[in-house]
Design a protein around this ligand. Sequence first.
Ligand code: IVH
Length: 708
Amino acid sequence: MSATTSAATPVRALTEAEAAVELARLAAAILEADIRYHGADDPAISDADYDALKRRNAAIEARFPALRRPDSPSLRVGAAPAEGFAEVVHAVPMLSLANAFADVDVVEFDARLRRFLALGAADPPLAYTAEPKIDGISLSLRYEGGRLVQAATRGDGSRGEDVTANARTIADSPAGLKDAPALLEVRGEVYMRHADFARLNARQAAAGEKILANPRNAAAGSLRQLDPAITGSRPLAFFAWGWGELSAPLATTQTEAMARLAALGFPVNPLLVRVLGPGALVAHWAAIEAQRATLGYDIDGVVYKLDDLALQGRLGFTEASPRWARAHKFPAETAWTRLEAIAIQVGRTGALSPVGRLAPVTVGGVVVSNATLHNEDYIAGRNARGEAIRDGKDIRAGDWVQVYRAGDVIPQLADVDLSRRPARAVPYAFPALCPECGSAAVREPGDAVRRCTGGLICPAQAVERLKHFAARGAFDIEGLGAKSIEEFHAEGWLREPADIFTLQARHGAGLAAREGWGARSAAKLFAAIEGRRRIGLERLIFALGIRHVGEVAAKVLARHYGTWAAFAAAMDAAEVGEGRHWEELLTIDQVGTVLAAAVVTAFHQPAERAAIARLATELDILPAGRPGAGTSPIAGLTVVFTGTLERMTRDEAKVRAEALGARVASSVSARTDLVVAGLGAGSKARKAEELGLRVIDEAAWLALAGGG
Ligand code: IVH
């Protein structure tokens, strides 16, 4: 195979013809690695191998500039394959599913729905649908007037990639519909059958092309091809599992809605059933698991959905997933391999995380070479409470270990085989110094994790914080991926987030002249950075990377304080454990003392605060948006519920209030606008009266919130 011969040939010895072949091979290899790195798939190759491919590509292009391909990886900034696709904003977000692992989780799921809906023991069991969870990639198909007008991947849930041309090549997705609602978005999973996957890989092997790791990666990679003809040549299949935006309801139950989709011509999984109560769900789960090996395609669990669509509507969504559905996963797949070494990675908040380097092993169709080892207690064979895990067996370099993977979770170790432990294996000594900066790594009482005390002087922390800052959910700067950040940090160009916004002024010319970049990629990156100077408050708070402040907490804080000025002033003035500002933080629903202390502490570290201030001057920070604001009389108000409501549970009332744009607080303060007092409301209602706040009863609340 000529490509293999030339891969080993030094760049200076390549003929022009060999160089052209080699550039084609590198473009394909790098694209494949990018897809697997950025997409839902596992990285195929190590970072070092990836960098070597990119360097070789750049070196050949430098020698033969005329041979640079239009699809050259050097023209892709940060090499996100998605750059070739237009962005689609989902009219209805594509959320994920909360998981259940054990039967008790299913019982708890049902019990929770019953509590939310205020159902008693005498009320009949709830009806659910249960269907396989297909291990593929989700796709949203939008039909207007019965014609397929747009197809989009899930992306980050709110914005996906426009893959319309590719989706048209999937035989299972109808191009036109009869008797469909004027607007219909059908959502489902693109997957590849085992037999088709095997034939495709045989074809790839015969053509000297890359072998695909598993059917899911094959489906994901095939759908996200820049050339629809390639997608068309891949045997992709589709199962519908739901819908997005609609001009008219499909039905009143999930079961009927799915039957309607089937009647319109969408493949619906034949194992979908309607059952009553959690016992029947678990029984169907076991029945599907028994057939798993003979289905002919990969599934990784069973999805349960409340059948009644009106009840689904009352339950609504959390930030990430519908309350009315669960994915009940199958037990993880496992394999034995040798633990070659234990390495330490230093994260964004300074946590020293031990990682097991494994002799590569296939677990559930994916090659695994790293596993998380959590913390020093875990390695020693103890859990957070000091109790023995793995029968107290510790983990040592050289051990034979059992690896398991569950869904998208990072591989973990389930067990150690002491009978195969090498005689010279010694217990692992966890470092007391940060391996990146040499600062003391300390473990606070009650914390399982040892943390580097180097703060901003620790290069690992600085780099991880920059990566977090530029990543999806935060500033989401296209082209400023992990690799570019490492490169710019090593170069001394980026030390803190504010530097990103001054990069062009300081190093614009340098970047344009840099190997592997060039004027075009540099211009693209700077345009992406400029596009993010205007940023929503909640994204900014999340991007700061404060410990314990995830996307949900950031949103809650942003909605409470509204503007950056108000938020920053309150944090600057707050003191941990006392005073008005501290109390106010704790009134915010979902904010506890741990989170509150983390935010206040971050604002009181002088170096940290100065870095935040430098960042803020670079930005135009938009006030936090409140969904539904302006359309409801309670939009923008801070509401406290107290006592027992009779017509809806407190959970449901809270969800309704938030959906109408209100903030729900857990305790009454001078900043409370409205107190809804149910039966037996006690001290909170009294405090509200004392403060002269507006207190209403349940009937008045229902009138305000509509329905009930
Ligand atoms: S229902 C609001 N049903 O699993 C989300 N999802 O972990 C409702 N998936 O993004 C999803 N099979 O891509 C649903 N039968 C099924 C599914 C399914 C596979 C995927 C889907 C979703 C992910 C959630």
